[in-house]
Design a binder for this molecule. Sequence first.
Ligand SMILES: [Zn+2]
Length: 317
Amino acid sequence: MDKDLWGAMQDLSVPVIRMVQEAASIWSQPEFIIMLLIIFYTGIFGLIIGSFLNVCIYRIPAGRNVAKGHSMCMDCGHNLGVLDLVPVFSWLFLRGKCRYCGSPIASRYAKIEGLTGLVFISMALLRSDWIFMPWYEFSTAHVVNMIKFLLLLVLGAVVIVTTMVQFDHGKGLKGAVLTVMGIGVLRFALLFFEQALAEKVLISSAMGVSMSGLAVLISVFFTGDTVAESAKAHRLSALRLRGFQSYFLPQRYAVRLSDALVLALGFVLGFPVALPVAVGYVLVRAIFIIDKSIRYIGLFTAAVTWLAFAVLSRSVF
Ligand SMILES: [Zn+2]
């Protein structure tokens, strides 16, 4: 081989080899491997919680106890065993069929489990600095961060449940709105241990709740979305401040719940996360007749909230 060419190749390969060596040294560090394990187990935990969320989504609207009673096949009523209830994998290995009667099982249960797993993993990736704690640096701050991370997981789980209940029944859960607000209050309580952050967090939350509040107010006043209205009348009524008249009717309870969830999310996530949520919510409330689109508006709110949380800078959480 030409000597000059060989020399040139060697020169080129030096930075590549150095990059590979550096990458290998990061990957082989115990911290990195522990981090990967934590993220992996957070995902497994998400699958298991997702399985419980399926029970909640099915039983809470029916007024049934989520902690008592066996899961059973919807068709043959056979009690399901441990092997039938492994999240996602049971459904895959049984090829979507009941082991006892062979009737198809909706893929939705596995999807909710998978979704919960992914949401939990995304939280672990986005807040990996909170959950990774080297033993030699253990401090109060780590415990506080761990609690904040668990609060985020509860927030994700609650939003999944109320969103799916709203999708199924056209009405979310009041308990979910209260839980989201409770998560905000607990987060504020933790500021006792994080006094350097207190001002930033409280201002962020106040701005968040102001923005979502403004979004709800605009939606209430400027969208005349009564139940029987045509799309054209709906758009015209937006100019007539008609929304307020019908807003407090009993049949608009589901709309008020949807608005309340947006308010609670603004409170718990703060600025800047609340900004795209508020803008998106106003637009959707203005364009669609909410009484007809109420099933989907929860999915929209949840998706925009998750995206905004993933992309925008840290505020309350
Ligand atoms: Zn069956």
